[in-house]
Design a protein around this ligand. Structure first.
Ligand SMILES: Cc1cc2nc3c(=O)[nH]c(=O)nc-3n(C[C@H](O)[C@H](O)[C@H](O)COP(=O)(O)OP(=O)(O)OC[C@H]3O[C@@H](n4cnc5c(N)ncnc54)[C@H](O)[C@@H]3O)c2cc1C
Ligand code: SF4
Ligand code: SF4
Ligand code: SF4
Length: 379
């Protein structure tokens, strides 16, 4: 049966809980706000199905011949509302037009992030846009299975660990299933997200965007509206939540030791920002957002063909495309200050805490200046 001795070996995907025939695994939050499985030993029959469904204990063997594309959605309005090039929306619209359903991460009423099922274009906006918080899978894997068994086309989106969890749970190939994962930096704690929101206003949140493009795709900003009419807006580089996220202070333990990072994936396709686009396809960069699309399977290739009339698209070399996106293949390093930061998140002022923990020492500043100078000299 599942027992978590080392938190870095659990991504919180819910596959074990969904696979248990006795429903005796509950997902419970730890002190940091992340969900982990907990087995009710009195009801467990020691069948081992949870371990077989776990994408970390029984990792999928992945072999795909990945192809890479730079792509933008021709619908500029949709692209501006999307984090990158708006490819997720293009696929979701296609699936809906075919009578299908899709799953992805949305804010709930309290602005926690949860996976939901959508079957119409109006609700598509709930899933559009990156939410830099771990999304709770809940019982969506079970819902997916039920749709698939009924012959409905299903498009499931999520982080690589969520996609691999779904595939392990299903344990069977379905031709009516399409999956897309992301190039994933890692997921911050839902508790840190809530502490950050409360530090901005005690009023309820009305809307939140992590990737507002009013200053451009490369210079994105965070925009949050509260019911007391306060509107908070900050360039991402100055925002304390994004600073904590990108300084790797508040990610799940498994994200520092991620087994899902690879050029080849179990998903049908991977969506990402095309960072470094100017070195590969500058003609596709207008600073409104360009996607990197990696195609891993025939199913993924077929979907790209189905949506291609709505896209501007160019095939590119996969290794060149990944040069500026190290999170595709490599986990971020665990900051030595991470655990101490997480322990203080409830008791200290959010902005001051992040400022304190991201301040660079004199030695760090000298080191990075030296690095930059050496780079210039040996160029
Ligand atoms: C936590 C996280 C880390 C990321 N790290 C990187 C990175 O290091 N490099 C990179 O190039 N791109 C990264 N991305 C992906 C990138 O931000 C875009 O989501 C992606 O390029 C798709 O953009 P789009 O314009 O096609 O669609 P959009 O409409 O912007 O994206 C919507 C899609 O993202 C999914 N999504 C949103 N939030 C979450 C979440 N919390 N958990 C699971 N799925 C979610 C939705 O379900 C939907 O499928 C990350 C995304 C997330 C959520
Ligand atoms: S061993 Fe079987 S019964 Fe026990 S927790 Fe795992 S799946 Fe459930
Ligand atoms: S990774 Fe997923 S399946 Fe494995 S123990 Fe964690 S929640 Fe369960
Ligand atoms: S970094 Fe790895 S473990 Fe963390 S959310 Fe992304 S895919 Fe999952």
């Amino acid at each position: 049966m599942i027992k978590i001795f080392d938190k870095s070996k659990c991504s919180g995907c819910h596959a074990c809980a969904m696979a248990c025939p006795k429903s005796c695994i509950s997902m419970e939050r730890d002190d940091e706000g992340f969900l982990y499985p907990n087995v009710d030993l009195d009801r467990c029959i020691d069948c081992g199905l949870c371990e077989r469904a776990c994408p970390i204990i029984s990792k999928n063997i992945v072999s795909s011949d990945t192809k890479a594309y730079a792509a933008i959605n021709k619908n500029e309005k949709i692209r501006l509302q999307s984090s990158s090039g708006g490819i997720f929306t293009a696929i979701a619209e296609q699936v809906i037009a075919n009578g299908g359903v899709f799953f992805g991460a949305a804010f709930d009423e309290g602005f926690d992030v949860k996976h939901i099922c959508v079957d119409n274009v109006e609700d598509l906006t709930k899933l559009r846009g990156s939410k830099y918080v771990q999304s709770t899978i809940g019982d969506t894997y079970k819902q997916v299975k039920s749709f698939l068994d009924n012959g409905t086309e299903v498009y499931f989106t999520g982080t690589p660990c969520q996609i691999e969890g779904l595939l392990k749970y299903l344990n069977k190939k379905y031709d009516n299933l399409l999956t897309s994962d992301l190039i994933c930096h890692g997921v911050p704690s839902p508790k840190v997200w809530q502490e950050y929101l409360q530090s901005k206003s005690s009023s309820k949140v009305r809307s939140a965007s992590f990737r507002n493009k009013s200053f451009g795709w490369g210079n994105y900003s965070v925009l949050i509206s509260f019911e007391d009419t306060l509107e908070y807006k900050s360039l991402a580089k100055d925002d304390k939540y994004i600073k904590a996220f990108l300084s790797d202070l508040c990610l799940r333990h498994s994200c520092y030791n991620c087994v899902f990072k690879s050029k080849n994936r179990a998903s049908d396709l991977t969506l990402a920002d095309f960072w470094g686009i100017n070195n590969v396809a500058p003609e596709l960069n207008d600073n409104k957002g360009t996607s990197l699309v990696l195609i891993h399977t025939e199913n993924g290739k077929e979907m790209l063909e189905r949506i291609s009339s709505g896209l501007v698209i160019k095939a590119v070399d996969v290794d060149l495309a990944l040069l500026n996106n190290p999170s595709a293949v490599k986990s971020v390093e665990k900051s030595k200050k991470r655990n101490s930061f997480m322990q203080k998140i409830e008791s200290e002022n959010f902005d001051k805490l992040v400022e304190k923990y991201t301040k660079r020492t004199l030695l760090q500043k000298v080191k990075s200046k030296l690095k930059r100078t050496l780079k210039k000299v040996f160029k």
